[in-house]
Design a protein around this ligand. Structure first.
Ligand code: GAL
Length: 723
């Protein structure tokens, strides 16, 4: 059994990393029903027509700063003989590639000695790519520092909580707060971008690579000093810090700033206020690290787009992305045996950071390092790429063009195998390029518009990282459950930050909103008064933004709005199957096995009661009419059953209409919209054929003709219908 916590968990990162463990021994799909064997004759049809991108600073509707849908791969020319480059570019073009990402781990080549720069390999590689109409997204190389750097400046190395210094034989072994590392990073980025400042073949920049992947905490002296500085800037005085952290508890009163430590290991538990600030500090450190690079890149290449990639722990991506033009997900569905809903939730999450996204690394083949994930089945690679587009991606780059022959990732396969022979994955990739050429230009910049939103508040997630209660309490799971419920019922859904405009939505779910503040409670109230339905889950509005309990009765600041008080609660310990359930007034029930809030209505109507135990008959779910809307308090966490039935009930109440009719439950549908056109993505995630019947009046963009009333989709097949 391998868990996402000990395997590398790129895409889903903080969202689902704690959620799923998966068994690698008996893949469920082993029978392969309905799928053709991966040995079809090589497809020799001609090149796709994905036009090379150029950057437009005032792109239509502001969605993207490039003028065409991006299709490509991660390419590492430095890992191959130069004689490979020309045939590589030729084949790429044949597949419809219009952009590749290069350079993100090549610092050692670019600066072989301190202050001596050499970008000639990339000059030559870019020229060859350009001669085939392929542009470049350049990765700044700061995720893989050269040996001379870590040996000459060992203070740049990351330090673990037990004060062991990380060794430098891999990647990401650096401290983002080391002033020396920051300085050397700025220098290499400046040298790189000034060298390429007039090169017309670069369109974008990826800053670093997957910041906080592998490890997201550091206990170096630099981090210690930066943490004190960060706290000083936040609290002003030590007295204020002592007060707000509640340091009278356990004699933790600081009498000098030099006593303020990072949360090193201790015999008993750390202060939750400190732990939350520590996470905010880590996030701010990562953000300022990328902002320094953004500033340099913008100075030399103001027209290019800037991004970074991946989702990992301890980063608030609403802040982290604020200087970027687009954010990029690294999408590896094979970390999960059945990835449809967790991957959809991950894509929804990334789209929510900035409202626009692309894929920098899309899983292509079998994938492993010391471990091995399940391999994509024939057709799944294309399906998953189209799932990203369905959720708003304006570009898809696969990882990687060809599998590496040496090094830590020999088992991470690409479009081409290590022997350079094009096999069925190449064929699938080429098909994808052709299909993207049919939809890309039109789809580019279209948006996923939703009536339903889920509030994502990093503070809440970080509170639960520390005070996790039981292993069954899991905010990440609530997001996946809500996503799955919306997807099954054929609605688009957004995950948004607390800063979003709530009034764009009709229904908002607030999962485990443990921290509440007056601004947020005011926004929720306004949303409800204007006609929205706000459904909050258990143990919400318990503490203030200091992560401290207050003198108010729960739920703090929203008790009047929801028309309830919390009488008491029960946390079930695992194994906790079938501990209780909530019976709803309309005859449906949701099993509950994690948490039970017992509510005391003060004006709200009771719509669900506890079913068992000493809680039997006590109020479990309430609905309060306020203004033109409803504030619903749901006394447990959103498991899949409750997500389904609450959505069904309140979507009917709000008169929401599914995106399309005639689509079986497990077939995914999303809608992107641009100007007056709607683009429906219909994706069959199963290994069986299905029939969908969306009705007449649609144009099938992949087939290039009007769609029939009902369509049969083979295993892993998809359609893009326009209306
Ligand atoms: C990503 C990472 C790549 C490569 C890939 C496969 O998370 O950005 O550099 O490591 O995973 O492991």
């Amino acid at each position: 059994m391998l868990t996402l916590a000990n395997a590398k968990a790129p895409i889903i990162g903080s969202l689902v990393a704690v959620l799923i463990s998966f068994n690698l021994t008996t893949p469920k799909w082993a029978s392969g029903a309905g799928i053709s064997a991966p040995n079809e004759p090589f497809d020799s049809r001609g090149a796709s027509e994905n036009e090379a991108p150029t950057v437009t600073s005032a792109a239509k509707n502001g969605a993207s700063r490039f003028n065409t849908f991006l299709f490509g791969a991660a390419y590492y020319p430095e890992q191959w003989p130069e004689s490979y480059w020309e045939p590589d570019a030729h084949r790429m073009r044949e597949c419809g590639v219009n952009v590749v990402r290069i350079g993100e781990f090549a610092w050692g080549l670019m600066e072989p000695e301190e202050g001596k720069y050499d970008f000639s390999l990339f000059d030559r590689a870019i020229a060859i790519l350009a001669s085939h109409g392929i542009k470049v997204i350049f990765g700044t190389p700061t995720a893989a520092p050269p040996k001379w750097l870590t040996h000459k400046y060992p203070e740049t190395l990351l330090v673990y909580g037990d004060r062991r210094v990380a060794d430098d034989q891999s990647r990401r072994h650096v401290c983002l707060n080391s002033p020396v590392y920051r300085d050397l990073s700025r220098k290499i980025v400046r040298a790189l971008v000034s060298h390429f400042k007039d090169n017309p073949n670069i369109v974008g920049w990826q800053i670093d690579n997957e910041i906080n992947c592998e490890v997201s905490v550091c206990y170096s002296n630099s981090c210690q000093a930066s943490f004190r500085k960060w706290l000083n800037a936040k609290y002003g005085t030590l007295e204020s810090l002592n007060e707000r952290w509640g340091n009278r508890f356990w004699s933790q009163w600081y009498t000098g700033w030099d006593q303020v430590n990072l949360p090193f290991p201790t015999p008993a538990w750390h202060n939750p206020a400190m732990m939350l600030d520590y996470k905010r500090f880590i996030s701010d450190s990562a953000t300022s690290f990328v902002e320094e690079q953004t500033e340099i890149l913008r100075k030399y290449r103001p027209g290019d787009f800037i991004t970074s990639n991946g989702v990992f722990k301890n980063i608030n991506y609403f802040n982290f992305t604020r200087g970027f033009d687009i954010y990029a997900i690294d999408n590896y569905p094979c970390f999960i045996d059945e990835p449809q809903y967790p991957t959809g939730a991950g894509l929804t999450s990334v789209r929510g950071f900035m409202g626009r996204m692309m894929v920098m690394e899309q899983q292509t083949g079998p994938a492993g390092q010391t471990y091995m994930l399940r391999s994509p089945r024939p057709g799944e690679m294309n399906l998953w790429a189209f799932q990203t587009i369905a959720h708003g991606a304006d570009g898809v780059l696969h990882f990687r063009w060809r599998g590496a022959r040496r090094g830590a990732e020999e088992y991470w396969f690409g479009v081409l195998d290590q022997d350079d022979v094009p096999r069925w994955r190449y064929q699938e990739y080429k098909k994808e390029g052709r299909e993207i050429s049919k939809i890309g230009k039109e789809i580019l910049g279209s948006t996923v518009e939703s009536d339903i939103a889920v509030i994502k508040d990093y503070d809440d997630e970080w509170v639960y990282d520390h005070q996790y209660f039981t292993r069954e309490v899991n905010i990440g799971a609530e997001f996946v459950n809500l996503f799955q419920a919306a997807s099954e019922q054929k609605y688009n859904v957004d995950f948004v930050g607390t800063g979003a405009n709530f009034n764009r939505y009709k229904i908002i779910f607030g999962p485990s909103m443990i921290l509440m503040d007056p601004v947020l409670s005011g926004k929720i109230k306004n949303f409800v008064e204007q006609g929205g339905t706000f459904i909050i889950s258990a143990h919400s509005a318990v503490k203030d933004r200091d992560n401290a309990m207050t003198d108010q009765t729960l739920p703090i600041l929203v008790s009047d709005l929801f028309g309830v008080e919390i009488n008491y609660f029960n946390c079930y310990q695992p194994p906790s199957r079938e501990k209780n359930s909530i019976d709803f007034s309309d005859g449906v029930a949701a099993p509950i096995n994690v948490w039970a809030d017992v509510l005391k209505p003060k004006g709200a109507a009771v719509i669900g009661t506890w079913d068992r135990d000493y809680l039997k008959g006590a109020p479990a779910c309430t609905e309060n009419k306020v203004g033109r809307g409803k504030a619903v308090y749901y006394g447990s966490f959103f498991n899949l059953d409750s997500a389904r039935l609450l959505l069904r009930r309140f979507a009917a109440d709000q008169n929401l209409k599914p995106l399309l009719g005639g689509i079986p439950e497990k077939v995914e549908v999303t809608r992107r919209t641009k100007d007056n056109a709607n683009y429906y993505f219909i994706l069959n995630h199963s290994s069986e054929s299905v029939t969908v019947a969306p009705g007449l009046g649609f144009y099938d963009m992949l087939e290039g003709k009007p769609a029939p009333e009902s369509i049969s989709l083979k295993a892993f097949e998809y359609r893009v219908l326009k209306k």
